[in-house]
Structures are given as C-alpha cells and as structure tokens.
Write a protein of this length. Structure first.
Length: 555
C-alpha cells in the first residue's frame, strides 16, 4: 500500500488550515488588515485634532475681528441690551456672514448684549468669561446653551490700543460641522486604505504561492518533522556527508564526516581550504576533480568520494571509509604474490629434492652435504644479515619476507652498506607501512630488468631515520616526480580490488605526519631512488640490549 502524504498524517486542528500556503496567506492578510486599520486610526486621530484646532482658530479670528469693529464698545456703554439694539444687529450680521454658530457680546458683568436667540439677551452667559474679561484671548472646545462648539473669546476694549476692558466677545463654531468635515474625509481615507489593503493582499498571495512551490505544499508540522528526521538520519548513518554552498563554504558536516576528515563542528561555515588545507581531498570535495568513486587520502584514511550538485550551485559530497578495504586489498595482493612465490618455491624445492635424491642414489654423499649446506646457508645468511643491522623485529621480519618474495620474482634484495637501525622506533607500524610500500613498488619496477635488484638503506642519526630504497627498474621521468605522490597515479594495471595509486600518497602522508618528507630522484646507472626522512622516528636512547644476532642465540 502507498503511504499517505505527510500533510495527511496526524490529527488536524479544526478551524486552522494545515497547508503552508493557506496559513501564510491568512497570517499575512491578518497582518496587513491590522496595519491598515492601525494606520487609518493613527491618521484619523491627528486629523480630528487638526480640525478642532482649525475651528478654534477660526472662532478666535471671528471674535478678534468683531472686537475690532468700531462703535461696538461705544454702543455697549451708551445703550441697553436689546434684541433690536445696535450691538445685536452688528453681531448677527457678522454671524451670518461668517457662518459662525453664535457671536455673543457681553459686558463686564457677563450679561449678553447679543445672541442668536433673542430671548437670551440680557441674561448672564452660561460659561465663565473671566479670562477674556481679564484681557486674555481664549480658544477651547466647550458646551454652552447651544451645545458643544469650538470657541474663541477675546476682550472688548474701549478703543483700539486702550487697556481698558469694557466687555468680551465670544464666538462659537458648531462642533457638528467639525465632525462633518471629519466624516467627510473618512471615505477618501478608506479608499486609500482599501487600495493599500488590496495591493497588500495581492502581494501576500504571490508570496504565499512562491512559498508553496518552494515547500512543495507541505504543512509546517511536516517540514518540522522532515528536518528532525533529516538530522537524525544524517548523524546516524555510517557514511560521511558534507554539504557545501556555492562559494565552497561548509554548510553541514555529519558525525561520520567529522570523524573521517578529522574536523569538529566548528568547521561548519568555513571555507574548505581553511579547514583542510590544499590537496586532492579539497579538490575532490570542491568539484575540481570530477568522476565517480574518487579516491582521496586524508591523514591515514583512504576515502571514496561522490559529489552531487544542488540547484543553488552548492553540492553534497558523500564519503566512505575505504581504509580497511584498501588494507584488505593490499593483503590480497600480497597473498596472491606470496601464493605465486610459494608455487614457484614448491617447484624449486622439488628440483632441489630431486637433485639431492640423485646425489644420494649415486652415493655422492659429500656433494649432497655441500648442496644442502649451500641452500640452507643462503637463506640463513640473508636473515642474519637483516636482523643484525635492523634491530626492530617488525621491520626485520618484513625485510626478510620481502627478500624471499623478491627472490622468487628474480629480484635480489640487499641492504645498503652502512645500514643500522636501533630498536627504538616510535611508530614501528608506520615505518613498516612506509618500507613495505616502497619495497613493493621497487620490486614491481625491477622485476624483468636485466640485473634486477633492490637496495634498502636505513640509517639513524640522533632521533632521525633516513630510508633509501633504490631499484634497477626503468626509473621515473623528471616531469612525473611531483605527480607520483598524487592519489590515483600509477603505472601498473588495476589489481583485483579495482584501485591503485595509493601506496606513495600514504607514504607521503605518514612521513608528513611525523614532520618528515619523501622525495624521488634518478639512480646512477638507471632506476629510481626514494628517500624518506623522519626527524622524530626514534625514541630517546636507553641502556644497550644485546641483540640475538650478536649473541649467537640463533645459531
């Protein structure tokens, strides 16, 4: 059965869509609507205050112009308050011409001399005129007998420029007209707000559609679950995964990649060259070397890398540890060679036994003894020569074995004059790997030549070991001296396990790990000479221990 899509898994929450497209669209619409309402409200609040200010200033200006009318102050002193009086007539004329709600002229007692409602003339005003009667101009929003209004009050002086206040003028602008102006501005404001809301909704829809394509229309819970599963998968698989961006920076390293490359979590976000240094490993990871199952050597590990480009110009590289497999392949090669050597040795021993049997049947006993002594003596002499000059047991055993295999292939392996290595090797296995790889390569190169021979020299000076392996093969062209230490370079046919070109890079890595170096040069008379210098290969000198080769215990 087909598994249900991720968006259909798990309980649903009613009333809220699961798809990212719908959720993002609704959230954006809610935000846009809220912002539009907030902005509209923030715009209306100062607009209302601005209209109030304009109405109060207009009322004050009408009051000032009324107080400046010639004759009003004189009429206030010489006449009585009356609906037909000159003060009422002048005030009503100004009210009608300016559109004010009222224009009230009062004396110092606060008694009205004018009012839109004539029956209120002669009464005391309903609001306190104290400030105006004391000579100050006043603007305010207040409620009186005619309702709420924007007011302006000014003192009425006896004559222009006089300091004597004989009364006050109060002018009101109907507040409903201010509200009407505010309400009249709202439709236009809402039109702008609606347009902004429509544009924002369209933009939100387009953004949500793009997000829908990029998230493959998954729900947020599905995306979170995928990220959690990805993290668990990346850090649990036993294959290194390195994610790179378009500039070559490391985006992600899972636990296995950190182990294989010898890096920590802090390498994320840094360029490859900064954390690994120049070399083939960086070239393979960065895509400068292309192909499938590319070999790289990082430290003492042999890695198999495959690179896949991503849509954002980045890449994902998978790494597999081939170190153990490579060791097994080399052991298989050695075993195959040893089997061939044993097969040849079996034929040789059969020939020797037939020779010995013939000598005995001919009763040539002395010749038979000399023949056996000679055969046994050759192998014993080789073993004694090696163990006498190479005191490390692992390395001595390696050289004895390599000498036997080389002899069966028609190659003579001998130690160079002056060879002497004490039993103080710090890393015997590392040195065995170096010597074994160089001797194997030298045997392959010398086999089949006219005078097939290999010369191995080991010298100790202080704590430094210098190794020289010379062969009588065809040699290496000078232009190839640098490339032979690159992973994958080889002059041999592919072995059974399918890969070559790793021995010399491993030798170089092991040498550099101990602060040493490896070089190649042409040998006198033909062939190649590999020289390895290991500055800290020997431990501190201790008490001298007699070696078995010098005590006669093995004789």
């Amino acid at each position: 059965m087909n598994a249900p899509p991720l968006s259909d898994r798990g309980p649903r929450r009613f009333g809220w869509p699961q798809r990212v497209f719908s959720q993002v669209l609704l959230m954006q619409l809610a935000i846009i609507t809220g912002v539009t309402v907030l902005v509209t409200g923030l715009f209306l609040a100062p607009l209302s205050a601005q209209l109030d200010e304009e109405a109060m200033r207009r009322a004050l200006a009408i009051a000032q112009s009324t107080a400046a009318q010639p004759g009003i102050a004189e009429d206030l002193r010489t006449t009585e308050p009356s609906a037909l009086g000159p003060v009422q007539s002048a005030a009503e004329r100004i009210r009608r011409s300016t559109g004010a709600e009222y224009v009230v002229v009062m004396d110092r007692r606060g008694v009205r001399w004018s009012h839109p409602e004539a029956d209120r003339i002669g009464e005391v005003v309903s609001t306190d005129p104290g400030d105006a009667l004391r000579g100050r101009e006043v603007m305010e929003i207040d409620s009186g007998t005619l309702g709420r209004s924007a007011r302006g009050k000014v003192p009425l002086r006896d004559t222009a420029g006089s300091s004597e206040v004989v009364g006050a003028v109060s002018v009101g602008i109907e507040y409903d007209s201010v509200r009407a102006r505010l309400l009249g501005a709202i439709p236009g404001l809402l039109a702008y707000a609606g347009t902004a809301l429509a544009v924002g909704a369209l933009a939100a829809y387009l953004i949500s559609r793009r997000l829908q394509r990029q998230t493959h229309d998954l729900a947020f819970s599905d995306i979170s679950a995928l990220l959690t599963e990805r993290e668990a998968m990346l850090h649990s698989i036993r294959e290194g995964v390195v994610a790179l961006d378009g500039t070559g920076r490391i985006r992600l390293l899972n636990d296995e990649a950190q182990r294989l490359l010898g890096l920590g979590p802090e390498a994320a976000g840094r360029p490859l060259e900064d954390v690994l240094g120049p070399g083939r490993t960086v070239d393979v990871l960065a895509g400068r070397v292309v192909g499938d199952d590319l070999l790289a050597v990082q430290g003492s590990r042999v890695l198999l890398a495959n690179r896949m480009e991503t849509d954002d110009d980045g890449a994902v590289v998978t790494l597999r540890d081939r170190t153990e497999l490579e060791h097994l392949g080399r052991e298989l090669d050695s075993t195959t060679g040893l089997i061939d050597a044993l097969r040849a040795q079996d034929h040789e021993h059969a020939n020797r036994l037939h020779t010995l049997l013939g000598l005995l049947e001919l009763e040539m006993h002395e010749d038979a003894m000399e023949f056996v002594t000679e055969v046994v003596g050759v192998h014993r002499a080789t073993a004694e020569q090696v163990t006498e000059k190479v005191r490390d047991p692992l390395l001595a055993a390696l050289l004895v074995g390599k000498a036997t295999v080389a002899a069966e292939r028609g190659v003579s392996l001998r130690l160079a004059p002056g060879t002497l290595l004490p039993d103080r090797v710090v890393d015997p296995r590392g040195l065995v790997t170096v010597v074994g790889n160089l001797v194997d390569n030298a045997t392959d190169a010398a086999a089949g030549s006219g005078d097939a021979r290999i010369e191995v020299g080991l010298r100790a000076e202080g704590r430094t070991v210098e190794l020289r392996v010379r062969d009588s093969g065809p040699g290496i062209a000078p232009e190839q001296h640098a490339s032979i230490f690159t992973e994958g370079w080889s002059t041999k046919d592919l072995p059974a396990h399918g890969k070559r070109g790793l021995g010399l890079p491993l030798v170089r890595r092991l040498a550099e790990r101990q602060g040493g170096s490896v070089t190649v040069s042409a040998a006198d008379g033909g062939g190649a000479v590999f020289t390895v210098v290991l500055p800290e290969a020997l431990g501190a000198a201790g008490p001298t221990t007699p070696h078995p080769a010098t005590t006669g215990e093995n004789r």
